[in-house]
Design a protein around this ligand. Structure first.
Ligand code: GLU
Length: 375
């Protein structure tokens, strides 16, 4: 049997998978190592098919509380933060011991929602995760609970996972938890066994369903999952909610397992270019020569050698305008360099960046994926 979700997963190159805290433990609150092994085996299988897998894992607090021998008290945020810093080592260690056996490096990435929103940190995080993928490592992301409490208070990393999927232009985001999907309501009653398999648009009917499921108390986490679905689908990322409790949850999904698929009606790249074009806070501009303009038109990135001049006040990650020598604004993009660094490298060959700045993070001033031509 197949479902639409499995078609989308099969067609995806880059997949973000979020694991809810509850999945790591059995009913007696023991670490469910066998389950994690089965999940990781699924991940390794997808990696063999050349899919890029990024995991967002909750569970640090639960691991930490077990070590501290304390019960969860949602009013004591500091305790939860401290538990997270203890438990995060266990959480990552659990993945590492499994991926080590497959010779795959495990990478810990701690992020906050702000890191995805702030342009400079967004670009830094994106570059790091992209490099980890190139190096064949598996990035395992969690909220940096020492400095942020958003997802501890409300969310269990659902929205963070959607922001990560948006940031790295994933094709699909899978949210595995103990929720099967969004249930149907018939004659005013919630039918928990009837899961909506496909949602094309999050309209008022869907919002009402979410409210009903929250009131009933049977699916407390649905609100943040819908928030996540909005972030994901608006960014061109399809999102799947599925029950991850059984072993081999990804195989189950790929074999037609029950789930709710939220379809995006754009692609991540188109959504990103649209976002760049609609930006209102433009911090500066670069003037480029005819050769660079030809290159941009042929889908290439903007290199320092083609830049005649630059002006404004901006940091790495800002959106800036690109204009021709005659002053006509022809494109817009996210700069990988601040104005002060750009002034030093403009007109120079890429190979000279290191000796001028003392470091090389990016050789492109604006990468082609971060650039939109004004049509
Ligand atoms: N970052 C938290 C963790 O890893 C999120 C889950 C929670 O709120 O318990 O535990």
């Amino acid at each position: 049997m197949t479902n639409k979700a499995s078609d989308y997963l099969n067609a995806s190159g880059r997949i973000v998978i979020k694991l809810g805290s509850a999945l790591f433990f059995d009913g007696a609150n023991n670490f469910n190592q066998q389950w994690l092994k089965s999940f990781c085996q699924d991940v390794l299988l997808l990696k063999k098919q050349n899919k890029e897998i990024i995991i967002v894992a909750s569970g640090a607090i639960n691991f930490g509380l077990r070590i501290l021998n304390k019960d969860r008290d949602d009013h004591d945020l500091n305790l939860l933060q401290a538990a997270a810093s203890i438990g995060q080592i266990e959480l990552i260690g659990a993945f590492k011991s499994i991926f080590d056996d497959a010779d795959i490096p495990t990478a810990q990435v701690l992020l906050t929602s702000d890191d995805c929103d702030n342009r400079r940190r967004h670009l830094n995080s994106l570059n790091t995760i992209s490099k980890l993928i190139i190096e064949n490592a598996i990035p395992i992301i969690n909220e940096n609970d020492t400095v942020a409490t958003e997802e501890i208070k409300f969310g269990d990393n659902d929205r963070l996972a959607a922001k990560v999927a948006q940031m790295i232009s994933a094709d699909v985001l899978v949210l595995f938890s103990n929720i099967k999907g969004l249930c149907l309501i018939e004659d005013g009653k919630l039918i928990e066994d009837k899961i909506i398999s496909e949602i094309n648009k999050i309209d008022q009917n869907i919002e009402n369903l979410v409210l009903a499921q929250k009131t009933k108390g049977s699916a407390g986490g649905m609100k943040t999952k819908i928030d996540a679905a909005k972030i994901a689908t608006q960014s061109g990322v399809h999102m799947i909610i599925a029950d991850g409790r059984s072993e081999y949850p990804l195989s189950t999904l790929l074999n037609g397992g029950e789930c709710t698929l939220f379809k995006a009606n754009t692609t991540p790249l188109r959504a990103k270019k649209q976002w760049i074009l609609s930006a209102i806070n433009i911090k500066g501009e670069v003037r480029i020569d005819e050769g660079a303009w030809q290159a941009l038109n042929n889908g290439k990135s903007l290199l320092p050698s083609g830049i005649l001049d630059c002006s404004g006040s901006f940091e790495k990650g800002a959106i800036i305008n690109i204009m021709k020598d005659d002053g006509q604004i022809i494109a817009r993009g996210i700069t990988s360099f601040s104005i002060s660094d750009l002034k030093k490298i403009k007109g120079q060959k890429t190979s000279a960046i290191h000796s001028i700045l003392g470091f090389v993070a990016n050789s492109e001033v604006i990468h082609r994926d971060n650039l939109a031509i004004i049509g």
